[in-house]
Design a protein. Sequence first.
Length: 465
Amino acid sequence: MPVYDLAIIGSGPGGYVTAIRASQWGLKTLVIEKDGFLGGTCLHVGCIPTKVLLYSAELHDTLKHADEFGIEISDFKLNWPAVLARKERIVNKHAKGIEFLFRKHKIEVMQGWGRWAAPGHVEVENAGKTTDVEASHILFATGSEARSLPGVDFDGKIIVGNRDILNLPQVPKSLIIVGAGAVGVEFASIFRSFGSEVTILEMLPRVVPLEDEEISAELEKAFRKRGIQIFTEAKVESVKKDAAGATVAFRDKTGASQTLTAEHVLMAVGRVPLTQNIGLEKTRAKVERGFLQVGPYMETAEPGVYAIGDIVAGMPQLAHAASMEGIIAVGKMAGKQVPTLERSRIPNCTYCEPQVGSIGLTEKQAREAGYAVKVGKFPFLANSKASILNHHDGFVKVVADDPTGEVLGVHIIGPLATEILAESVAALQLEATIDDMMFTVHAHPTVWEAMGDAFSSVRGLAINI
């Protein structure tokens, strides 16, 4: 008999969540992790440390405008080393939390590089020694790493990715960010709050290009108001280090050549799936451009081999997506009745200022899919709690099917957008209609109650505008 029911390669939010659920459902589980700590990119150099810095940036911005709240502050300053130290404390606390959960659920851990060796076998290499592991099921949760542009190499100091920018010894006076997806706009928001001169270069026609077009336009307006310089349809041609830091040469949307110089350049142009040297070339699993093709329960074409997270083709590279993919995969292994995961039911959250949260179809996607679209919008300017918080910008936008009232998508930009999105996630998951949501009681005064007016506005019945 195999030694383990399940061997998981990778301990990020996909791997560790899957391991815990597998244990809860009675599967003897081993987690294989190449690093000497648990939690993966998300915990150590991704989601969590970034949000620590974003919260410090939010407090910094609030203190700048303390007089708005009737509080006089004569002087305050940023202690950057203390901010970084707090980030490390939080990361370490939660890494230890995963270790505790593994002990609680009797999940075994083996450090080393794991790769598929044969059906039911994983080879683990560590410090020159190789160990053979037998498991009935093998699940890859190996994640991704930052991508760069051809000819542009990270040096970890001047030209950086999301990992190295977290440890800059001081706040840069100037920063160029290549890419305006979630990573790019979050770091733009952080360092602009701390006083950096920030420029964003985006190849596509708009920032946060995966979001609804009105969300992109609102975020660009808000960023420009904050003094962030933005070039869309910008084609970067070279990034070269020099005495001042680095110079970026690019062509703007008119085709004209331009150059910009900054102390640091952050490359935020996407992520590369980590599927090299994990033995998949020996299997029937289908790999395209580094991404694995999987079935509805995350199984590959190789029997007994599963994949979740950033390495899965066609799914968003999001921590919470990886976690649910793992739960669904292990449910299948354990013989449980579990649903499949629909991409349109996975929320997107971007934690810049203003925050962006969305789920489901954009207005354009809904129209292209053939729906008779009805849209409702409600501005935070008309929300009393937003006034109390002094965060008036942004809106909630609801996309619905007119004949049936089906909620197709919800798109939010503004205060606490990533939190109040939760109601919409539940609404889509439970297939609620506009009328269901109109008659849902929203507590007053909350930023959340803007959702109620947004749903009502689809029917032309918003109360507060």
